[in-house]
Design a protein around this ligand. Structure first.
Ligand code: GDP
Ligand code: MG
Length: 443
């Protein structure tokens, strides 16, 4: 995955303060591979990398992130941007019925989607009518009828056995039917072909002209990966569409189709289908898809959550303590903070990489595990009174603590000094209204 790759790239980049062209090139190479592995079409990969590079070169140098993290952040933001930013909603017509037309290759999942949309619309208080305009395949009308029944919505179809009817006439008549029967949304299911085909395009365009849809949705199987580019371009030119529905995301699709289609057509992906059942259907979430394409799975959100929880809890606890005066901050607090940061450190190792960690990440990087252990040993050799008020630690107490924890007297002295420094810094920060930092951490 990209996160594994960048961890390796990281090693060389870490510690440098700014983004050089070489840094960006090195990272871009890894991103390129990750995108190709996600089955994004090559021209889209090229255009995307170019975009990211331009932005990265012009980016202000971040104090919180190292160069690789900064590039990853840009990549993620660009991806989310191309994938549509926020989710787009269905536009309903002022004068019902609202007409939604589905177009796409055979097997893309149009008929299944018609049922899903039907149920979804019904749950929102609409009365949808599904219209069977796929008169190509013998069983297509039947399939839509079953789907409509399951979804509990209306169906408009030519008489059974009359499989060679005119789909354009069916489409046109269905609108009149919907109007008289008070259906407020019409979902027009159309015929697809296995490949791009002029006759199919012409028929879809004729149906479009007959019903003048409020929304034409291009339905595309996410599993076709980079082939999605050609298909999307053909439907854009042949029929035109307003939005995209990605299907079969429950398969092992890596999401490349999403990026390809969004990039090439500039149209929003509105829905995601992720299964054969009527409920396997959701609005499309660009941010989730971005992390899927980057191969970071839930890592991004885990990081975000960890970071938020951690800093919020810490900040609250410390603010509370310091409000009562600096003396409230004891060596026990000092130790528990160190251990918290260490815990984050093991988490970071577990995850491989944590973009967006900012300063906490820097502190984790600089943590010396043995130093935490030694500090813990020293503090645990102190009496509760000493931990609460370290000013009472005199020469003989120091010697006792050193003996008990197996360190030099100077190490005990050193630790107590560090503690006082940290406390001073924290109470200064608290007075200044800033967030209390993580005391005790070197650097
Ligand atoms: P159409 O030719 O575009 O109308 O496609 P269909 O709706 O008939 O779907 C073709 C096949 O894909 C059927 O077997 C569906 O059950 C299946 N299918 C549709 N959507 C999904 C999906 O989101 N996930 C999975 N796993 N299968 C799907
Ligand atoms: Mg169908």
């Amino acid at each position: 995955t990209l996160s594994d790759r960048l961890t390796a790239t990281f090693k060389n980049l870490r510690g440098k303060g700014r983004l050089s062209e070489a840094d960006i090139d090195a990272t871009a190479r890894e991103i390129r591979i990750a995108l190709l592995e996600a089955d994004v079409a090559l021209p889209v990969v090229r255009a995307f990398i170019k975009q990211v590079k331009e932005r990265a070169l012009g980016a202000e140098v971040s104090k919180a992130l190292n160069p690789a993290q900064q590039v990853v952040k840009i990549v993620n933001e660009e991806l989310v941007g191309i994938l549509g930013g926020e989710t787009r909603r269905v536009r309903f017509a002022k004068n019902p019925p609202t007409v939604i037309m589905l177009a796409g290759l055979q097997g893309a999942g149009k008929t299944t989607l018609a049922g899903k949309l039907g149920r979804w619309l019904k749950a929102q208080g609409h009365t949808p009518l599904l219209v069977a305009c796929d008169l190509q395949r013998p069983n297509a009308v039947n399939q839509l009828t079953v789907v409509a029944e399951r979804a509990g919505v209306g169906i408009y179809a030519p008489e059974p056995g009359n499989g060679t009817g005119d789909p354009v006439k069916v489409a046109r008549d269905s609108i009149e039917y919907a109007r008289t029967k008070q259906y407020d949304v019409v979902v027009v299911d159309t015929a697809g072909r296995l490949g791009i085909d002029e006759e199919m395009m012409r028929q879809a365009a004729d149906i479009r002209d007959a019903v003048r849809p409020d929304e034409t949705l291009f339905v595309v199987d996410a599993m076709i990966g980079q082939d999605a580019v050609n298909t999307a371009e053909a439907f854009r030119d042949g029929v035109g569409f307003d939005g995209v529905v990605l299907t079969k995301l429950d398969g092992d699709a890596r999401g490349g189709a999403a990026l390809s289609v969004a990039h090439v057509t500039g149209r929003r992906i509105m829905f995601a289908s992720n299964g054969e059942k009527l409920d396997d259907f959701d609005a499309f979430h660009p941010d989730r898809m971005a992390s899927r394409i980057l191969g970071m799975g839930d890592v991004l959100s885990l990081i975000e959550k960890a970071e938020q929880t951690f800093s919020r809890q810490e900040a609250e606890k410390m603010a509370e303590k310091l409000a009562k005066g600096p003396k409230e901050f004891t060596l026990d607090d000092f130790l528990s903070q160190m251990e918290q940061v260490r815990k984050m450190g093991s988490l970071s190792k577990l995850l491989g990489m944590m973009p967006g960690m900012g300063q906490i990440r820097e502190q984790i990087n600089s943590i010396d595990e043995r130093d935490v252990d030694r500090t813990a040993a020293i503090i645990k050799s102190m009496t509760p009174a000493e931990r609460t008020d370290p000013t009472i630690i005199n020469g003989s107490r120091r010697a006792r603590i050193a003996r008990g924890s197996g360190v030099d007297v100077s190490a005990v002295k050193n630790l107590v000094e560090r503690f006082f420094e940290a406390r001073k810094m924290m109470s200064k920060m608290a007075q200044g209204g800033g967030m209390p930092g993580m005391p005790g951490m070197p650097g």
